[in-house]
Design a protein around this ligand. Structure first.
Ligand code: SAM
Length: 280
């Protein structure tokens, strides 16, 4: 008997991978949580049936979310991660000795429990002494913060269900307020390829531009995400991710990566014309 996991990317497009074992399944107050073992992509986490990460390609996503801002401002000390309950972004952040505090705000404690049990590859640094986990809605948490964080990473689900509030003007305005004068915001910014994802991308970009003087998008290829062409948002009060990149300083840290390097850093902000038109 064959087992397959299928995700509906659009009404006419599906993504299917062969599954060896179904390791974990639960229903939290927020979503359905599953972890399965696949032949091609190793273990993978889905929430309400949507692909979140796989062991095989999560390095691309988590390295690009973290090393782009960290190479832009090497002085970052206090970081907030909203979402990211799998721990992948936290794992990459913990590789920087100059980071002193990482607040992880994950609405669903059962996601963290599931990943601690079955996805140690991403959850391995959740017990680092610098990490504090808050199980609450990031939209509410951020309202209480002012001039605190040097970097905010929004590693959220897509803009529906619990993740919807993390794509609103109110949320981005509160992120701006919670950041220091040198603050950087990086967010999972959807995709330009399929219509519904492109609309989410446009809305998020337009809302972030309303607060931040410097806003740029960068892209990476993530095989298991809809269309594979995924985009991240970089927004800042002062730093330009290309002008302020100090390649020698980052290379000098000796951080071994599988995807990110300072050449990719400079290249990933180059956008195809159809994406540029989306942003006009
Ligand atoms: N890389 C994935 C992607 O791009 O879709 C995201 C991975 S991570 C598992 C997403 C996390 O965001 C989930 O664990 C979910 O529970 C969390 N989340 C969703 N809405 C949230 C909110 N309002 N506050 C805090 N965490 C939230």
């Amino acid at each position: 008997m064959e087992l397959w996991y299928t995700e509906q990317h659009t009404e006419n497009v599906r993504f299917t991978i062969k599954v060896d074992r179904h390791l974990y399944s639960s229903q939290s107050e927020f979503q359905r949580i599953d972890i399965m073992e696949s032949y091609e992509f190793g273990r993978f986490l889905t929430l309400d049936g949507c692909m979140m990460l796989t062991e095989k390609d999560e390095f691309i996503y988590h390295e690009m979310m973290v090393h782009i801002p960290m190479a832009t401002n090497p002085k970052i000390q206090k970081v907030l991660v909203i979402g990211g309950g799998d721990g992948g972004a936290v794992r990459e952040l913990c590789r920087y000795p100059n980071i002193q505090e990482i607040d992880l705000v994950e609405i669903d404690e059962m996601v963290v429990e599931a990943c601690r049990l079955h996805l140690q590859q991403t959850a391995c640094k959740l017990d680092d002494g610098r990490v504090q986990i808050f199980y609450e809605d990031g939209l509410k948490f951020i309202r209480r913060k002012e001039n605190v964080y040097d970097l905010i990473i929004v590693d959220s689900t897509d803009p529906f269900g619990p993740g919807e509030g993390l794509f609103t003007r109110e949320f981005y305005g509160n992120c701006y307020k919670a950041l220091t004068d040198e603050g950087i915001l990086v967010n999972q910014h959807e995709s330009p390829y399929y219509k519904t994802y492109a609309q989410s991308l446009q809305k998020a970009h337009e809302r972030i531009k309303g607060y931040f003087p410097i806003t740029k998008l960068y892209n990476a290829h993530i095989p298991t995400y809809p269309s594979g062409n995924w985009v991240f948002g970089f927004a800042s009060k002062t730093y330009d991710p290309i002008r302020d990149l100090n390649e020698t300083a980052w290379d000098g840290l000796g951080i071994e990566t599988e995807y990110y390097n300072t050449e990719i850093h400079k290249g990933c902000f180059a956008l195809p014309n159809y994406v540029k038109r989306l942003l006009e």
